[in-house]
Ligand binder design. Structure first.
Ligand code: BYC
Length: 327
């Protein structure tokens, strides 16, 4: 006589989930997971994917006007990497049951967010360098700990993304070094771009911890490994010496080494500005969304052709199978 094993109860599954997290092991797509975890993970991964895709716009703006073939090749490669990051991330969200079309629909209808930083204009080629240095630098700070995030497909995607981000950061810094060794006009461009991007880069880490509704639960689930303020501080500490080596001034008169804390103190961030940009009122929100919508519409024929191709393939496979059975 065989003994039928009874299906695990919801509380067994929940205990198993909590124990997996507690042991610092990964949650995989085959595992049971609480609905809240699934929703949080989809929210974060989708926002991250959208950020990569929208993030192609500000720099893409300079591809046709890059000052040399070398700079153009580098910039093209970087922007293509960002498309790739978006695609890995959408795939990671699909392992949680999210539908990619739906995610795109939510982005273009404004129901899902993307990073605030991409709502600022890129006015000169120095912005390309500063985005590499500060924006990708902030992204690395935020994303290296996500390689240890509890959701397996996200954490693994992040390993490759971080390697590529590190190339992005270096190309930005190298471009700025070159400009700083150039003419006074070039140095002024770098300083101006730094002035415009410094504070928005600090905002990329999200609201302060006491105003961050998702941090506590995401830390408990080990989705996030550090709080927003911890990572922001790490970024400031890392960047100040880089600014000194570059010879630019960070636009914050309160920036000062605090020997007691072992960290740099910095000035007050304008959180009203972050709120405004997140809620659609930043300098380029409308432009970024209009461009993304247009790209989606322009791509309709590709989606239709791919769907038609898949339909024909299926039809042929069914016909071949029927023939085989009949033979
Ligand atoms: N912009 O409770 P909180 C890149 C939202 S791509 C917009 O702290 P959480 C690159 C937040 O979503 C960089 N929204 O949230 C690409 C939440 O809203 P909902 C993208 C923001 O999730 C191309 C609400 O505010 N990186 O590097 O615990 C070229 C409350 O916040 C922002 C990622 O996506 C913001 N800055 O923490 C170059 C990294 N900040 O959803 C470079 C992955 C907060 O509740 N994401 N919000 O309506 C994360 O690490 C976390 O999601 C965050 C926010 C730290 C961003």
């Amino acid at each position: 006589m065989t003994v039928m094993e009874s299906a695990p109860s919801e509380s067994d599954l929940e205990r198993h989930f909590e124990e997996t997290i507690g042991r610092d092991q990964r949650i995989e797509p085959r595992d049971w997971l609480p609905e809240g975890y699934r929703k949080t993970m989809i929210r974060q991964i989708a926002q991250h994917a959208h950020s990569e895709i929208i993030g192609m716009q500000p720099e893409g703006n300079w591809i046709t006007r890059a000052p040399s073939l070398r700079r153009k090749a580098i910039l093209l490669a970087k922007v293509q990497d960002e498309a790739g990051h978006g695609l890995y991330l959408y795939s990671a969200a699909e392992t949680l049951g999210a539908d990619r079309d739906e995610l795109t629909e939510k982005l273009i209808s404004g129901r899902q967010k993307y990073s605030s930083i991409f709502n600022y204009p890129t006015l000169t080629f120095a912005d390309v360098g500063v985005i590499g240095w500060l924006v990708d630098g902030a992204a690395i700070c935020n994303q290296v700990p996500l390689c240890r995030s509890s959701y397996g497909p996200y954490a693994r995607a992040m390993i490759r993304i971080c390697k590529e981000e590190s190339f992005h950061q270096r190309q930005g810094y190298e471009l700025l070094m070159t400009m700083m060794n150039g003419t006074q006009q070039q140095r002024d461009m770098v300083q101006d771009a730094t002035n415009r991007f410094w504070w928005p880069s600090l905002m990329m880490f999200g609201p302060p911890d006491d105003d961050s509704p998702n941090t506590a639960q995401s830390m408990a689930w080990k989705i996030k490994r550090h709080t927003n303020d911890e990572l922001r501080q790490r970024f400031v500490d890392m960047t100040v010496p880089q600014a000194e080596a570059l010879g630019v001034t960070l636009p914050d008169p309160d920036l000062a080494w605090n020997a007691e804390r072992g960290h740099y103190d910095f000035g007050r961030i304008d959180w009203a500005e972050l709120k405004q940009v997140i809620s659609g009122g930043g300098p380029c929100n409308a432009e970024r969304m209009a461009r993304r919508r247009q790209a989606h519409e322009d791509g309709a024929w590709v989606r239709e052709a791919a769907a038609e191709h898949a339909r024909k393939q299926r039809e042929r496979a069914v016909a071949a199978a029927t023939e085989e059975v009949g033979a």
